[in-house]
Every structure is written in structure tokens, then in C-alpha cells.
Design a protein around this ligand. Structure first.
Ligand SMILES: Nc1ncnc2c1ncn2[C@@H]1O[C@H](COP(=O)(O)OP(=O)(O)OP(=O)(O)O)[C@@H](O)[C@H]1O
Ligand SMILES: [Mg+2]
Length: 152
């Protein structure tokens, strides 16, 4: 499924819609270059979950936990993991907990990622604020989320 957003607010709105359908133990993988809008999308998810703390990319840790919403939100940004790909950091435990895990730069821990997830690939359409969001799903529950999004 492909969605074009015109600005930051529209990207957040898509994320908020998805947030309403999330269940404990779900995973969202975000792909896209630096500045594509992965953290912006995460902010929309957080708003949709009713989280009021401001989402900032984790700088000194690989993960931040937000516990004040409808579900716990675990926000991973693995950008700085690049050189440590093979270390066992125990991050995978988050995927199977009772919260929602959202991952930026998940390709840096490919082997530990769950096999069911919703993936959003974001790309910048040059010369504008437009972004193309390609949504794919692995697993039945995630496919349902995508179908409902398509029907809206
Ligand atoms: N349609 C759009 N959707 C999302 N963000 C947009 C859009 N148009 C402009 N922007 C801007 O693009 C920037 C995206 O930054 P963001 O931090 O979300 O990217 P990122 O993918 O998380 O990058 P990084 O890999 O560095 O973490 C923000 O400044 C946002 O305001
Ligand atoms: Mg980011």
C-alpha cells in the first residue's frame, strides 16, 4: 500500500490512525534515509496512544520507554548500532513484551527482528515536503491493520 503525505502533519495523522489499532506485543519497523520522517511518524504513533511526553530520538541509549499511554511504547533508534551489529544487547525482549515497539534503523539488528510486523518505508519526494509511505505487513493481524487503513 502506498500513501503520499504533503507535510509533517499528514504523516503524523496516518501514524495516529495506525496507533488506534495497535495491540500489546506489536512491532512497527520504520525505514528511510536520514530526515525521511521516521521520528515524525513515531510522534504520531505516540499521540495516537495518548502519550504526552515529547518523543525525541534516544541519543545516549538505543531505546526509550514511554509508559503513560494506552499501551507502553518502546522507541528504538539503532542508528548508532551500525558497528556493533553482532553484539547481543537483549533488545529483542522488548518485542515480546506487553507494549508496542517501533524501530528506526532496524536493519542494524536484522537477525533479532520479529518475523511479523508492520513496515513503513518512507522516502522523500525531491523538492517538496512530500513523502511516499510504502506500508507492508507480515502476519495476519498486521494485514488487517493495513486493510483497515486502505478502507479509510
Ligand atoms: N511529509 C512529511 N512527513 C514527515 N516529515 C516531514 C514531511 N515534510 C517535512 N518533514 C520534515 O522532515 C523532517 C523529518 O525528520 P525526522 O527526524 O522525522 O526523520 P528521521 O527519518 O527520523 O531521521 P533520522 O534517520 O535522522 O532519525 C522533520 O523536520 C519534518 O518536519
Ligand atoms: Mg529519527
Amino acid at each position: 500500500m502506498k500513501i503520499i503525505t504533503e507535510n509533517e502533519q499528514e504523516t503524523k495523522k496516518i501514524a495516529e490512525k495506525i496507533a488506534g489499532q495497535l495491540e500489546p506485543g506489536m512491532t512497527i519497523l520504520l525505514e528511510g534515509q536520514l530526515g525521511a520522517g521516521k521520528t515524525t511518524f513515531t510522534k504520531g504513533i505516540a499521540e495516537g496512544l495518548g502519550i504526552e511526553r515529547i518523543i525525541k530520538s534516544p541519543t545516549y541509549t538505543l531505546i526509550k520507554e514511554y509508559m503513560d499511554g494506552r499501551l507502553p511504547l518502546y522507541h528504538m533508534d539503532l542508528y548508532r548500532l551500525e558497528d556493533a551489529e553482532d553484539e547481543d544487547l537483549g533488545l529483542e525482549e522488548y518485542f515480546y513484551g506487553d507494549g508496542v515497539t517501533i524501530v528506526e534503523w532496524g536493519s542494524y539488528m536484522q537477525d533479532e527482528l520479529p518475523d511479523k510486523y508492520l513496515m513503513i518505508q518512507i522516502s522523500v519526494l525531491p523538492g517538496s515536503d512530500k513523502r511516499e509511505l510504502i506500508v507492508t505487513a507480515q502476519g495476519e493481524k498486521y494485514q488487517q491493520i493495513m486493510e483497515r487503513l486502505e478502507n479509510e
